[in-house]
Design a protein around this ligand. Structure first.
Ligand SMILES: N[C@@H](CC(=O)c1ccccc1NC=O)C(=O)O
Length: 249
């Protein structure tokens, strides 16, 4: 299906038969990525007495329970409820699903014992673009990100002024291929999360952060359309499926 869409008075065509999936599939067991010191997610048949709900074990249906933590086990989208006393729901606050998006690629820089992304780098990569969503691919970008064991790795993170800059550019949806926009261990400061959701004491309820995406190498930096879909969980975060579409002029 080809669609014609107009963005700022310019018409583009979009081919919906060519999705670029940025989500990491959730797989039962050790192949799955994990962060935040949890065990692997599980997808396993319901068991009731002698009944095992798997067709290969004589059941008429496969009927699996899924045990996963949205923040720890793969691509997920979160709202401010991640850091507030009241667990605001992503399902209540993400109400539209199609956005203009810019993909940028960042190489982390050393900062004390850490690797970070600075405001200067973000400003250079974003240039004068003002997308609704920003997709950050971090280097190195090996496909091992899809099964990485992130706990205790002190991954690179966004400096708070870089995150604030992204917000000031008008971006509502921030996507990144790491488990957090903040330092793994930061004594609860969560500086980037706070810079993203709070402005002058006001909460940006409609702003989201999507973490643990994977942006294939074949995707070029530049402008896209993003379809950001979540599983409808009434929770601060939900597993999500961000899809990019190329804009053809
Ligand atoms: N950086 C925080 C910890 C943190 O964010 C966190 C800790 C355990 C489980 C999940 C966490 N964050 C998840 O998104 C801290 O060091 O206090």
């Amino acid at each position: 299906m080809q669609a014609k869409i107009t963005i700022n008075q310019t018409e583009y065509s979009v081919d919906f038969s060519k999705p670029i999936d940025l989500s990491i599939p959730v797989i039962s067991g050790e192949e799955n990525p994990v962060a935040w010191y949890l065990e692997a997610p599980k997808i396993e048949p319901v068991k009731e007495g002698k009944w095992v709900a798997a067709v290969e074990q004589g059941s008429v249906v496969n009927f699996n329970n899924v045990y996963l933590n949205p923040h720890a086990h793969g691509t997920h989208t979160e709202c401010v409820g991640h850091i507030t006393e009241k667990v605001h729901s992503i399902n209540e606050h993400l109400k539209t699903f199609m956005f203009t998006a810019e993909v940028i690629t960042l190489v982390p820089e050393s900062f004390a014992d850490d690797l970070v992304f600075t405001k200067k780098q973000v400003a250079k990569a974003l240039a004068s673009n003002t997308p609704e969503a920003l997709v950050i691919r971090t280097l190195p970008n090996t496909s091992s990100k899809k099964s990485r064991k992130w706990s205790h790795t002190n991954w690179p993170y966004l400096m708070a002024d870089a995150t604030a800059y992204i917000k000031e550019c008008g971006v509502k949806h921030l996507l990144i291929d790491l488990p957090s926009v903040d330092r793994e261990r930061d004594e609860g400061v969560l500086a980037s999360h706070k810079a993203w959701w709070y402005t002058g004491g006001k909460i940006r309820f409609d702003a989201t952060i999507t973490e643990m995406i994977y942006v294939p190498h074949t995707v070029k930096d530049g402008s896209y359309i993003l379809n950001l879909q979540i599983a409808s969980f009434e929770n601060d975060a939900a597993p999500s499926k961000p899809i990019l579409y190329t804009l053809e002029s």
